[in-house]
Design a protein around this ligand. Structure first.
Ligand code: PRP
Ligand code: MN
Ligand code: MG
Length: 192
């Protein structure tokens, strides 16, 4: 039988691991923003599940907004050019922003968003990411709230996609190499 689970070589972060991380980050955010009303800015599409699970752990006032930016264009390696697919339609001037990401890799997407928000007059911008792939950094980008420090492997699940699939896996895992196309493998190897 063909299932998504069969495409996974190994589980990196289980449902239980992620639940604990969301609780840890969510309660910390609630404490840190107790006297503010921040905008939780979820970065589509990868951050959808992480955003929902973290915000449910925050017993504090917060607004939720979405922005759709893309760098990978469906493949396994960052294309380097950030596309603003759908902007948020709220004024961020003077506001405290918490960017929600599923993963920070090269840092290009994050830098693009921080620059955009600061340019628009945001009072503060912090970042809460499920995964921080520090080895992947090409531009400087700091993650303030980290679920897990992730090694340099191509991971999918819990919002993270390969060619738009696997986002609905409830855990984070590593794809079997035979799932990648040979073209993708060449791109991946040239980056190492
Ligand atoms: C992925 C991920 C981050 C970004 C991180 O998004 O969700 O937003 O790339 O990579 P970077 O640090 O190298 O910029 P992607 O562009 O694949 O869009 P998606 O969230 O819709 O899958
Ligand atoms: Mn993304
Ligand atoms: Mg993607």
């Amino acid at each position: 039988q063909m299932t998504m689970n069969n495409d996974i070589e190994r589980v990196l972060y289980s449902v239980e691991d992620i639940k604990e991380a969301a609780h840890r980050v969510g309660t910390q955010l609630a404490t840190d923003y107790a006297d503010k009303t921040p905008i939780i800015l979820s970065v589509l599409k990868g951050a959808i599940l992480w955003t929902v699970d973290v915000m449910k752990e925050m017993d504090s006032y917060a607004e939720v907004e979405f922005i759709d930016v893309s760098s990978y264009h469906g493949g396994v390696a960052s294309a380097g050019e950030i596309m603003l697919r759908t902007d948020l339609n709220t004024d961020v001037n003077g506001r405290d922003i918490i960017i929600m990401e599923d993963i920070v890799d090269t840092g290009r997407t994050l830098k693009f968003m921080i620059d955009l928000l600061m340019e628009r007059g945001a009072k503060s911008v912090k970042v809460a990411s499920l995964l921080d792939k520090k080895e992947g950094r090409v531009v400087e980008a700091n993650v303030d709230y980290i679920g897990f420090d992730v090694p340099k492997a191509f991971v999918v699940g819990y919002g993270l996609d390969y060619k738009e699939l696997y986002r609905n896996l409830p855990y984070v895992g590593v794809l079997k190499p035979e799932i990648y196309t040979s073209e993708d493998t060449a791109t991946l190897n040239s980056q190492d």
